[in-house]
Design a protein around this ligand. Structure first.
Ligand code: HAM
Length: 424
């Protein structure tokens, strides 16, 4: 990455954070558009929350012993001693906003969507950054109907289809509820008592046992193979809930894989958890699940909810690797050329009026020679040149030149916008 030099110090962007350069903007624009279009098509409302939240929100919501809260939050020091953090994810913020703004009083469920950056102080590597963008969808309120789990998955699936990432594979599991999870946790701990997992997993077994299931250490991968499966320990309500979710996915003809090890890194989940993958990508493009206890943990009455977030940089990496090209914004077909001081003086307001009338114009007002302006017009592939010289400036007119045929016509400035719209 090229660096910005000031005297001696070479300034670069912060580790794990990146600029989104103009050449990547068409892809980012596509991501923003797909987020907006899908949000609107599925009747979701857009929500934006602050980048900065109280640390307590994530300690209570995501879980004080989760990796995100224990190791990855960017803490801010303020002079008045507030414990603030850069948001490491959106869901807890959206839940806070739902409670704070009384969204339980409008028709339920409330469907919300969002897009923006989040911050996690992780070790940067391929597809893992410290600042990255998420787009997400949350369905909050109503009851814990499995149709909403399936609808959340449908939204994510559709998003990835629209981004042309290739065949989408859903990994899915159920991690049960307050009733059945403690039994499973005990079974898991009993099984691990006779094993020798890595040091981190020994600690996990004491504070957050389910997390041993997503350990990637070699010795733990082997141990996991013999571990009891959560699905065998679900209570009848959770079993039924999960069966219905899968039946909806079957109806939708989605490809999914039951993954006993999928527990996810955030503590607020209950019942359905899922992640999206595609061929050629080892890391999840997105993930989410049901979180029926989160709002209660944040102080509200119980509000069942389900949602997911997608990692936009990871989706972009797949899109780029597949060589998919999305159309960039069309280049202007009209190039404005000024000749002489008087014309230049009048040019800025003239171009401004054209733009406000809906004519997409390019110019190079910083260049005064005709030759250099024509060369910029040529590179941009303009179809028409508007030539505004000293005489035209006096006569309140302008020359429209068709750059392909060389044909020219002089029109009054008052008629210019109309004349151009006819030609374009
Ligand atoms: P998450 O699994 O932590 O879930 O993040 C969602 C997605 O963000 C991941 O699947 C991945 O694509 C991307 N991601 C995560 N960490 C990084 C990173 N360091 N660098 C680049 N991309 C990353 C959540 O954040 C939940 N809030 C999802 C959710 C919404 N659950 C319910 N509603």
């Amino acid at each position: 990455m090229p660096a910005v030099r000031s005297k001696k110090v070479v300034l670069q962007s912060v580790k794990g954070m990146h600029d989104i350069m103009p050449q990547d903007q068409p892809l980012w624009e596509r991501l923003r558009k797909v987020t907006r279009d899908i949000g609107e098509e599925y009747n979701c409302m857009r929500i934006d929350t602050p980048l900065v939240e109280k640390a307590e929100l994530f300690e209570r919501g995501v879980g004080a012993v989760s990796d995100i809260v224990e190791k990855q939050m960017y803490m801010l020091k303020t002079s008045d001693g507030d414990r603030l953090v850069l948001r490491p994810e959106f869901t807890a913020s959206i839940a806070r906003a739902y409670i704070e703004h009384g969204l339980s009083h409008i028709s339920q469920p409330v469907k919300l969507y969002y897009i923006g950056p989040v911050y996690r102080h992780e070790q940067p590597q391929e597809g893992r950054f410290r600042e990255f963008y998420q787009a997400g969808f949350e369905i909050m309120g109503g009851d814990s109907d499995p149709v909403h789990d399936a609808q959340a998955i449908t939204l994510g699936h559709r998003f990835l289809e629209e981004m042309k990432v290739g065949k989408v594979m859903i990994h899915i599991n159920s991690i049960g509820c307050k009733q059945c999870r403690p039994f499973y946790r005990k079974k898991l701990i009993d099984y691990y008592k006779n094993q020798s997992p890595c040091r981190t997993c020994k600690r996990r077994l004491l504070i957050n046992p389910l997390r041993v299931l997503d350990c990637k250490e070699k010795e733990c991968e082997e141990i996991k193979k013999g571990a009891p499966a959560m699905l065998d320990s679900l209570c009848s309500l959770c079993k039924n809930h999960f069966r219905l979710v899968l039946e909806y996915l079957d109806e939708l003809k989605f490809s999914y894989m039951l993954n006993n090890y999928l527990v996810r890194g955030l503590d607020y989940y209950s019942r359905t958890v899922f992640e999206f993958f595609t061929e050629g990508s080892d890391s999840a493009l997105g993930g989410g699940g049901r979180y029926d206890y989160l709002l209660e943990m944040l102080g509200s009455k119980p509000v069942p909810a389900v949602g997911f977030s997608l990692g936009l940089e990871r989706i972009l990496m797949v899109v780029k690797a597949r060589g998919t090209v999305f159309p960039a914004r069309a280049k202007p077909k009209v190039f404005f050329i000024h000749i002489g001081d008087l014309a230049k003086k009048k040019s800025l307001s003239l171009i401004e009026n054209l733009r406000r009338s809906g004519v997409h114009v390019e110019e190079s007002l910083g260049r005064d020679s005709l030759k250099s302006q024509l060369s910029v017009a040529d590179k941009g592939g303009a179809q028409f040149a508007l030539i505004f010289g000293q005489m035209e400036a006096f006569e309140e007119s302008i020359i429209i030149r068709d750059l392909a045929t060389g044909a020219q016509e002089t029109v009054l400035l008052a008629k210019l916008a109309e004349a151009m719209k006819k030609r374009l």
